[in-house]
Ligand binder design. Sequence first.
Ligand code: GDP
Ligand code: MG
Length: 457
Amino acid sequence: SQDVSNGLRSPICCILGHVDSGKTKLLDCIRSTKVQEGEAGGITQQIGATFFPVQNIRKRTKELKADAKLNVPGLLVIDTPGHESFANLRSRGSGLCDIAILVVDIMHGLEPLTIESLSLLKMRGTEFIVALNKVDRLYGWKICPNAPILKAMKQQSKDVHIEFGNRLNQVIAQFKEQGLNTELYYKNKEMGETFSIVPTSAITGEGIPDLLLLLVQWAQKTMIEKLTYQNQVQGIILEVKVVEGYGTTIDVVLVNGVLREGDRIVVCGMKGPILTNIRAILTPHPMKELRVKGVFVHHKEIKAAQGIKIAAQGLKHAIAGTEMHVLGPDDDLEYVKEAAMEDMRYVMNRIGTSSVGVHVQASTLGSLEALLEFLKTPGVNVPVSNIGVGPVHERDVRKVSVMIERKKEYATVLAFDVVVKPKVQELAQKLGVKILRGDIIYHLVDQFKAITGCLNE
Ligand code: GDP
Ligand code: MG
């Protein structure tokens, strides 16, 4: 069904925003098939992503009377909303997510994680559309299920229009404070310079057609080169997971090319490059009601853009947020191994390691990079002496303890979304090393600032 017409592949889309802004609900809403009663509409569940065929998008946006042609095969929306998958969809620092939805709760405006999302988007150079969500919560809102937003607005009272206008202006002003111009999408005459806002409700569906159409139209209009399908395999590891019956598997977004069972692949590992053969290429079973654990469809070969699971030997130490390389018959193994480790080196090289600074440990390369970027920003400015991906080990703690004599507050591990075993924690305590854990960047940094603040007094 993923017919690569016009030589274009499906744009890859991520959803970002503050906690409770409605990211998950929005994803559910665009995934919902209730719109065209009983029709599945060709929406397919992949690993870590949902594929929306262009026919489905065309149907759902019919009321918008879009005259422009839709040239892409569909839209591939990543299923894990939030920072993690977006941060991991990376290649040497730039973003492989083609377009993002930044969700803002109309009742709350910009919140800390909205601003963090903005800096991530900026760091990766990713285009985005703002979904100004929860419009149905405006006082007196008349529900118009799944209607285009202008049609829905016509049904609203004067009071709703006034409240909407006030809140919208507030949000636009808040974006302005962040150095960004934003405007309602149907008033936006300079897309690219000015970011578009689409009012939505993830509960009642108003504005969803607008959002879908805008995503596809903008992507195919401005990203032709990026979306032109390439034979050269490009795949990125989003997650490393143990699955019963398959051992450690990697969840990969195949951005370009064709992958086959038996292909030799090289991936970046914590203990050096991993060379292995693809044992199985897997996607979820289409019949969801038969949700038997571990039931996957096996593919002999599969074409981008797709979310897939790969089973192979030796993947235990694979690092999420790095590229997967396929070893062709004419490729030099050593060269490909070097290339696979390049991702890790790229991040290492970007931190000007100072001899005095904290140790930063994260679960994936993408989140490590995001955290390091944040630590560098003016006003935060936390020096880093060492970094790592994966669980914190005793040897890390020993290394960090050396910092106690240089600058006590920097004898700290900032552990982002990683496991710290009790015996590692014990050792840290014994040696006077602090391990701060968190899975929200600014919380972690706030914790650190609070401690250093105390120490300075
Ligand atoms: P996330 O943390 O960003 O993924 O937010 P969720 O999708 O989990 O939504 C958080 C809460 O807001 C849930 O209780 C949702 O039901 C609610 N919610 C999300 N979107 C909307 C919306 O458009 N309208 C209303 N009224 N509630 C919403
Ligand atoms: Mg959620």
